[in-house]
Write a new protein. Structure first.
Length: 152
């Protein structure tokens, strides 16, 4: 069980999400209130292969990966407080993401996710992507908990 303020390490995240290398985008997640809100952290490294093509002379972290970072954070938050056998979160929807300023190598991304609505297995979150307290992107994601499946 996860209590308020618990932090999931990279290894613990693997038990909550179905993702594996190279698509695990989170380094850690702090769950402030299980099932309701938390923050995912991702350190953007210049050694990430995505920068070979996005863009070689002006590296910018792809917006779609920022959305996925928010979705993975929302998934961990949604699954917090449930047993690891309680199902895995899957991305169900993306809503109105807006990108304010690029994320570049060396940035520590914080994906702040807060539950807006819940209905059955579906959880919709409002998300803000920040670097050093500065808003870089915002929007919404919905995750659905797939019962009986595990991330391990």
């Amino acid at each position: 069980m996860t209590m308020a303020g618990d932090t999931y390490s990279a290894v613990q995240i693997l038990h909550r999400l179905p993702h594996r290398h190279p698509f695990v985008l989170l380094d850690r997640v702090t769950v402030d209130e299980p099932g309701r809100c938390g923050v995912g952290f991702s350190l953007i490294s210049i050694s990430n292969p995505v920068f070979a093509g996005h863009f070689p002379s002006h590296p910018v972290y792809p917006g779609v990966l920022l959305v996925e970072t928010a979705a993975q954070t929302a998934g961990v938050v949604a699954a917090a407080g449930r047993s690891s056998a309680g199902g895995i979160p899957l991305l169900a929807a993306i809503r109105k993401f807006v990108f304010r300023k690029p994320v570049v190598p060396g940035d520590l991304v914080e994906a702040h996710c807060v539950l807006k609505t819940a209905a059955g297995a579906l959880r919709e979150f409002s998300c803000r992507i920040e670097v050093n307290g500065e808003l870089r992107a915002e929007g919404g994601v919905a995750v659905s908990i797939r019962e009986g499946a595990t991330g391990a």
